[in-house]
Write a new protein. Structure first.
Length: 367
């Protein structure tokens, strides 16, 4: 049987809901808020219902706070989830994968020279673009975080992930809604207002319209003043009054600073410094790439020279061996000529040869 839900339980649940640190993510196309279990227990145990209570605390220890959160889970006000985050490959793993792959064949020199030219022609990205890309990558990584329902639905005082289903409307939203309704009714009943109130509203509306017109006039005058100074000085002096007036900033920030003054020479210097920095970075990168390719070419040339040396040495050794063999064979022949060969027993015995035809008769010739 379900336990009775009291007002005290309602207030405690609201306290946890709006005081516990949460994070938001998308789950099945809806925005949800999730929190960790130990933080929820901390908020309950360190609240006015726990250690800060004047009388007997509702949560005397962390175990009682954990039991209350389990009670919320049983009432389907929260549910346990698993957060899946894709792992990034480390440098060591990438090196291992590259080592396991089969080595590529050496490219010809023409292709290498083309690659050098292409890399030298590439331009570097500005720092602002790099920062924007990093922010986009961080956003993509945050979007990749997924929540999956945990098969075991229980609460524990640990770093587990829990999603809020209980989402009550806070008191300030209720007050704002009531005031909006009353304001709409009051605007509809404007003819019934007293004359003094109607006159005050009229003056307030006129001051608002006048302030809006002043802002538009200042925006027009500042552009005219900037154009006149720029044309009179040949584009050397640039003066802006309220430079942030039309920028996407806050109300008070749009009026700061009051003016900004720049000279074209200073801007050119700044641009030149930036360009020099970019060129220096480019030159460093291009020099490093060129040195890398030159070192590789030197290594290949050294290998080719070593191989050619080995081949020449091998051919020389073969020629020397052939000369030695010819000399040895000549010496053996001279020795054989000088020493008469002793007739062997096989040569002493008569040896039969194949018969040959001689006018139809067989003749046996003996040596």
């Amino acid at each position: 049987e379900e336990d009775e839900w009291t007002k005290e339980d309602e207030s405690i649940a609201q306290h946890v809901r709006f005081n516990c640190a949460t994070e938001s993510t998308m789950w099945h196309g809806n925005e949800v808020h999730y929190f960790s279990g130990n933080k929820a227990v901390d908020t309950l145990y360190e609240s006015s219902y726990g250690t800060k209570a004047k009388g007997e605390p509702r949560f005397g220890n962390r175990r009682s706070a954990e039991d209350f959160m389990q009670y919320l889970l049983d009432r389907k006000m929260i549910w346990r989830a698993k957060k899946l985050v894709p792992k990034k490959k480390e440098k060591g793993e990438e090196g291992k994968e590259a080592a396991t792959k089969s080595p590529k064949m050496a490219e010809p020199k023409g292709k290498k020279e083309k690659k050098k030219k292409e890399k030298e022609e590439e331009t570097e990205v500005d720092e602002t673009d790099a920062e924007g890309k990093k922010k986009e990558e961080n956003k993509d990584e945050e979007k990749k975080k997924k929540l999956v329902e945990h098969p075991i639905q229980c609460f524990s005082d640990a770093n587990d992930c829990y999603v809020w289903i209980y989402d009550p409307t806070p008191l300030y939203k209720k007050v704002i809604g009531v005031l909006m309704i009353l304001g709409a009714i009051g605007c509809c009943c404007f003819p019934l207002w007293p004359p003094i109130v109607r006159q005050g509203v009229y003056y307030l509306s006129m001051t608002g319209i006048g302030f809006f017109g002043v802002i538009i006039g200042v925006a027009i005058l500042r552009t005219i003043l900037f154009g006149l100074i720029w044309a009179a000085t040949g584009g050397e002096h640039k003066l802006w009054i309220l430079p942030n007036l039309t920028e996407d900033v806050g109300f008070f920030e749009s009026f700061k600073p009051w003016y900004s003054y720049e000279r074209a020479s200073e801007q050119e210097k700044k641009k030149k410094e930036k360009d020099d920095k970019k060129k220096g970075k480019k030159d460093k990168n291009s020099d490093e790439e060129v040195n890398y390719f030159l070192q590789e070419e030197k290594k290949e040339e050294a290998k080719d020279s070593e191989e050619s040396k080995d081949a020449s040495q091998a051919s020389e050794s073969v020629s020397e061996n052939s000369e030695d063999d010819s000399q040895l064979s000549g010496e053996d022949e001279e020795e054989n000529e000088s020493t008469p060969a002793s007739p062997s027993t096989e040569q002493q015995q008569p040896r039969k040869r194949r018969p040959r035809k001689d006018d139809g008769d067989f003749v046996i010739v003996n040596k």
